[in-house]
Design a protein around this ligand. Structure first.
Ligand code: GLA
Length: 388
């Protein structure tokens, strides 16, 4: 991380004074493949990155949280007993996590805190999940004797999005932030919660993000509509097959999708088509990885981009352009990463093509849109942890 503990400690001292507190970190994430599958009970393939959030926290023996955002230079105080909580979203994440941890039986008390991050905001690398996971992990350590399981910490972050930010997200981002392990991707079955670590050291290839710098903002976005479409299709299948056990599109088959084509809107059908295709692609990528077949991995990434753009409709002109340039440069795989509507593409690039691709994509994007996209070399890092 570029961000250091000392930076955070200094600001904490300046804005909150007194004795030092404990320091915690939690990362953002990438996802190799499996987008919008998490809330559909499917598989995802994320890994934590080196960039993340760092927070210094010192319990203050009251019911009030005093919080300073170093990046936004913003301070607020809010009581754990005030049902409304703070207004600004960066503070609502902290308030929400504290309330969700209380629901899990942790006797949360007030604290003084300062926090900062180096996950680029709006890049689709889950800076919000990094923040939530950082506080969930810290609260568990400071007030909960570390009794809450890692998966429940991730769920507390997800519930914060649902209950305090209004985003009905899946579990992928918070899961990845809490469970990340250096050098490893993780395949998570979002229905059962089972997961496996996959060592990630593709010989001859690397993962590169290209940040379009089109700010992706999921809260208040059409993300929730996408989720609703999937639920509508599940309902339609259930209506045709009352005996079938189906909670999410994970349980839906291609035949059933065809059967309900006339019962749902064309838009809902298209979106569900993407999800069924994406389920198949994640499994194909897992098989390909076991064979060391990166060409197939890359081809599936392009297919995912096509689906996210043309079926799920979460792309934008700039992301499609980045994808086209990747293709022109013979990049092995490229696609929108995360929820969409802006942010980054993730690219699987052969080592010998790296220089040409990164130079070309920056140049062409700048020519067309007047600003440079940002290249981020992916380094897979550790999950939530105590630093000091
Ligand atoms: C966002 C959400 C995740 C997931 C992705 C799309 O990052 O927070 O739960 O749905 O979008 O894969």
């Amino acid at each position: 991380m570029k961000l250091t503990i000392d930076d955070v400690r200094q600001r904490f001292q300046k804005h909150l004074g007194g004795e030092p507190g404990s320091v915690y970190a939690s990362p953002g994430r990438i996802n190799l493949i499996g987008e919008h599958t998490d809330y559909n009970g499917g598989f995802v393939f994320p890994g934590a990155v080196e960039q993340g959030m760092i927070a210094e926290i010192r319990p203050n023996g009251t019911r009030t949280i005093k919080a300073y955002s170093i990046d936004l230079k913003d301070y607020d105080e809010f009581s754990l007993d005030d049902p409304k909580g703070p207004k600004a979203s960066h503070f609502r994440y902290i308030y929400g996590v504290a309330k969700e941890m209380e629901k899990l039986g942790v006797k949360v008390m007030g604290f003084d805190t300062a926090f900062a991050g180096d996950v680029p905001l709006g890049a689709g690398m889950s800076s919000s999940a990094a923040l939530e996971s950082c506080y969930a992990f810290a609260i568990n350590d400071l007030f909960g004797d570390n009794k809450v399981s890692k998966m429940d910490l991730a769920k507390a972050g997800q519930a914060t999005e649902h209950n305090y930010l209004g985003l009905n997200c899946g579990i992928m981002d918070q899961f990845a932030s809490v469970h990340g392990k250096k050098g490893n991707l993780m395949r998570l079955d979002c229905r059962s919660g089972e997961f496996e670590y996959f060592p990630w050291n593709p010989k001859g290839y690397r993962l590169v993000l290209v940040n379009s710098c089109v700010k992706h903002e999921l809260v208040g976005s059409p993300y929730n509509d996408r989720r609703k479409s999937c639920e509508n299709v599940v309902k339609a299948i259930k209506a045709k097959h009352p005996e079938k056990k189906i909670d999410t599109l994970r349980e839906a088959t291609w035949d059933e999708l065809k059967e309900v084509a006339g019962d749902v809107s064309a838009e809902d059908l298209k979106r569900a088509t993407f999800v069924l295709g994406e389920k198949d692609r994640v499994l194909a990528v897992c098989d390909a990885l076991e064979r060391g077949d990166y060409e197939t991995v890359g081809q599936k990434m392009y297919e995912t981009h096509y689906g996210l753009s043309k079926e799920y409709d979460v792309s934008c002109e700039e992301l499609d352009f980045l994808n086209d340039v990747a293709k022109e440069c013979s990049v092995t795989g490229s696609r929108i990463m995360g929820g969409g509507f802006g942010g980054c593409t993730i690219n699987l690039v052969a080592d010998e093509l790296y220089d040409n691709f990164t130079k070309t994509v920056v140049k062409k994007f700048k020519e067309k849109y007047g600003k440079e996209p940002i290249i981020i070399d992916v380094v897979i890092g550790d999950g939530s942890r105590k630093l000091a």
